[in-house]
Design a protein around this ligand. Structure first.
Ligand code: CU
Length: 173
């Protein structure tokens, strides 16, 4: 092992250490929903047609629906066929959400968004959007001196000692 190898190893371990400290600022930025097979038949499902029927994301988060059924469906915001605001927040429309396709919507505002399938109104679901989480000052001020940081320190010391020893001719690596 030459000093170049030791140096590279040290850089890699340091990068891993820094990544371990990166704050998890985005708690829940994506969610996935699939359409249960056979949802197009009345009585087979209600709140479990879209699976899961209730998902949560932070503001700015994206929900992706996948039509795993063999029938055309819609994903339309609103509270059912009598809601004249249907589709005002998000809507696949009647012809795009074919079997095997996906539909995504990014939620910018916090709130509770009901949706349903306009072709099969018994299919209902909810997306709950929370205020985007911001790291609290006291959470980020004092990072924990965790096991990875200790490992980085140990490897750094060993590297320095090894390189020094080699440079001065004490050690033949
Ligand atoms: Cu449907």
């Amino acid at each position: 092992m030459n000093s170049k190898t030791i140096g590279s190893l040290f850089i890699i371990v340091t990068l891993v250490g820094i990544m371990a400290f990166a704050p998890s600022a985005f708690a829940q930025s994506t969610a996935s929903v699939t359409v249960k097979k056979g949802s197009g038949s009345a009585g087979t499902c209600t709140t479990d047609c879209y699976q899961p029927g209730n998902v949560s994301v932070d503001a700015g988060g994206t929900v992706t629906w996948t039509n795993t059924d063999a029938q055309l469906h819609t994903v339309s915001s609103g509270n059912g066929p009598n809601d004249n605001t249907t589709g005002s927040v998000f809507d696949t429309g009647f012809s795009t959400f074919k079997p095997g396709t996906t539909f995504s919507h990014t939620f910018t505002d916090a709130g509770t968004f009901n949706y349903y399938c306009q072709l099969h109104p018994w299919m209902i679901g909810v997306v709950t959007v929370a205020e985007a989480s911001t790291p609290q000052p006291n959470e980020t001020a004092t990072p924990e001196f965790g096991p990875i940081a200790s490992l980085v320190l140990v490897i750094a010391i060993v590297s320095v000692v090894a390189v020094t020893a080699k440079t001065r001719g004490f050690l033949k690596l």
